[in-house]
Design a protein around this ligand. Structure first.
Ligand code: C2E
Ligand code: CA
Ligand code: CA
Length: 564
């Protein structure tokens, strides 16, 4: 017999076809468990291994009905499967959990003629356990064993698919970070474990709590009635308000903040529902502890408005979108001499109307567009500066506001210098105003950018002085050129004696540091007089002029003065 000519029919040779007995003998020696049923599902044969797995004697079972002997196999789906195989003749495989033996089995069955079914099966419990462990890792939170964030997302997705109303309740513990900082992570873990247990006890049928962050939980509930939710959340607050014993000496209790979004009214996608619950939660965080907030129409409008603003910032088409700048003069209150101008952004939005900088500047910062916006503004105001220099032979010092984001960027100094060169503005005619002093002190990059600017003659002003950072020591090791006293103190003149006292001390501070001084928000003659009396001559405010379009400023201050 040629090996190469080996074919199916040759496998019988040389001893003739295998008898059934031969086949059964071979099968019984297999590592797999094996049995054969007749057309009525009575046992014809079972090998050793199968008998062992099923905990029975193989020979005792011969002639017995499989479903009578192993009734659990029916709900596990085997009867149905074998009947189908008899009908279709197609072999099938199935994984079943066989409860009496506590085993996961993989069952391969096929018809072998006359309605007889040959069944091979083996124990896959170890593999199943590994699978469950993996699933635990992917969908469970390690510490509490609660479902985790992925699980929460899956659950919300599934519920949306079912189109039944539900709510998601975002539960955020308020001062968890302090607990961790004060007593260590182990104490933090113990606290979360206990809180997780307490929160779990609040669940009714069909409700789920998941842990989605260190101190954040999401409840998924069928409750949508505000009153019902309110009662339920009160109970959550009660649970966290009762202190948790962390060790012999330390107990801890915290308040929490809750945000709720409901399907379908607040959103129809997982992302929408989650971000809206988050939004509502952040709003409740701004109140005192143990508050909750349902997402509402007003928030929806605010978010929509923010989205429009963000989209327009991303379009980068600042000019077309209505961005302009205005300038506000700074004057010497004694001589009336122009000291400089401050550039302020204006946005006359095509759909939303005029937007205050306090609305769009933070959005530009958060969406990473503040750099582009500031460059646009610099082009506008420095372009005017070039024109003024050419027309009048001199330019007032031009100040712009820069945020710590901008300063915390390697490109800052290079960009500023390039812009100044582009518009031929000498650096000593340029000033940057900074507010977030605290951030600035924390970053070496910011400090180095500021130092480089000053080395070129650009002046550095501290904006809103007196309101932000409280320490004054920084003034000794970081030389500044100018202090701008916040409007708050100026508005107190004649009314709040403490404001007046602070103003006086700022004036002597500026003298000591050899700093220029500007009072912001000067609106009245009385304020002007008081400031002059205490020795603060630099002024900016409505008393002189509100921020003006550059052409108006030119008309009023430059061409008029030239023709004087
Ligand atoms: P700021 O830098 O303190 O600017 C002064 C603000 O006070 C301006 O408000 C100005 O219009 C207003 N103001 C001036 N004089 C008076 C007065 O006599 N009375 C009163 N009540 N207010 C006066 P505005 O233009 O709404 O700007 C608000 C803030 O937005 C600015 O405060 C600044 O921090 C920021 N901002 C404006 N434009 C820009 C910009 O281009 N970039 C950056 N980063 N921030 C900007
Ligand atoms: Ca300013
Ligand atoms: Ca200011």
């Amino acid at each position: 017999m040629s090996r190469r000519g080996n074919s199916r029919s040759e496998m019988h040779a040389p001893g003739g076809p295998l008898s059934e007995q031969d086949a059964i003998r071979i099968m019984s020696g297999l590592a797999s468990a094996f049995y054969v049923l007749d057309r009525n599902s009575d046992f014809i044969y079972m090998n050793e291994k199968a008998a062992r797995l099923l905990g029975r004697e193989g020979k005792d079972l011969a002639g017995r009905n499989a479903w009578a002997e192993f009734p659990y196999a029916v709900p596990a789906g085997l009867k149905e499967m074998y009947d189908r195989i008899r009908e279709t003749g197609v072999a099938e495989t199935k994984e079943i959990y066989y409860r009496p033996a506590g085993l996961w089995l993989q069952v391969d069955a096929q018809e072998i003629g006359d309605g007889r079914i040959a069944v091979l099966f083996h124990d896959i419990s170890r593999y199943k356990q590994a699978e469950t462990r993996l699933e635990m890792l992917a969908y469970r939170d390690n510490l509490t064993g609660l479902p985790n964030r992925s699980s929460a997302i899956e659950l919300i997705k599934k519920s949306i698919g079912e189109r039944k109303p539900f709510s998601i309740v975002l539960f955020d513990i308020d001062s968890f970070r302090q607990l961790n900082d004060l007593h260590g992570h182990q104490a933090g873990d113990r606290y979360i474990l206990e809180i997780a247990e307490r929160l779990k006890s609040l669940l009714e049928d069909g409700e789920v709590v998941t842990r989605i962050g260190a101190d954040e939980f999401i409840f998924h509930t069928h409750r949508t009635d505000p009153e019902d939710l309110k009662q339920w959340i009160r109970e959550m607050f009660r649970q966290t308000a009762t202190s948790v014993r962390l060790n012999d000496h330390v107990s801890f209790s915290a308040s929490a903040s809750v945000g709720i979004s409901r399907y379908p009214e607040d959103g129809t996608t997982t992302a929408e529902l989650l971000s809206r619950a988050d939004h509502a939660m952040h709003e409740s965080k701004t109140k005192r502890g143990n508050c909750f907030q349902m997402f509402h129409d007003e928030m929806k409008k605010r978010l929509e408005r923010r989205r429009v603003i963000e989209d327009d910032l991303f379009s980068g088409n600042f000019k077309e979108k209505g961005f302009t700048c205005v300038v506000q003069p700074q004057l010497d209150g004694k001589s009336g001499q122009l000291l400089g101008i401050e550039t302020l952004s204006r946005w006359n939005h095509p759909e939303l109307g005029p937007l205050p900088p306090s609305e769009f500047i933070p959005i530009a910062e958060e969406s990473g567009k503040i750099r582009e916006l500031t460059i646009h503004l610099l082009n506008l105001v420095l372009g005017e500066g070039k024109h003024w220099a050419e027309a009048y032979g001199s330019v007032p010092r031009i100040a712009v506001n820069v945020t710590s984001h901008l300063l915390d960027d390697k490109r800052f100094f290079g960009t500023i210098m390039r812009m100044l060169r582009k518009w031929d503005l000498p650096p000593d005619r340029f000033e940057i105003e900074i507010t977030e002093w605290k951030e600035i002190l924390c970053s070496d990059l910011v400090l180095s950018n500021l130092r480089k600017c000053r080395s070129k003659g650009i002046s550095v002003a501290i904006d809103d002085f007196g309101t932000g950072f409280s320490g004054l020591s920084y003034l000794t090791n970081f030389p500044v050129d100018k202090i701008k006293i916040d409007r708050f103190f100026v508005s107190g003149i004649g009314m709040v004696s403490k404001s007046e006292a602070i103003l006086k001390s700022i004036v002597s501070l500026a003298e000591g540091l050899d700093c220029e001084l500007i009072a912001e928000g000067v609106e009245t003659e009385a304020q002007r007089q008081f400031l002059l009396d205490i020795g603060c001559c630099g002024m900016q405010g409505y008393y002189y002029d509100a921020p003006l379009p550059p052409w108006r400023f030119e008309e009023k201050y430059l061409s008029a003065w030239q023709s004087d």
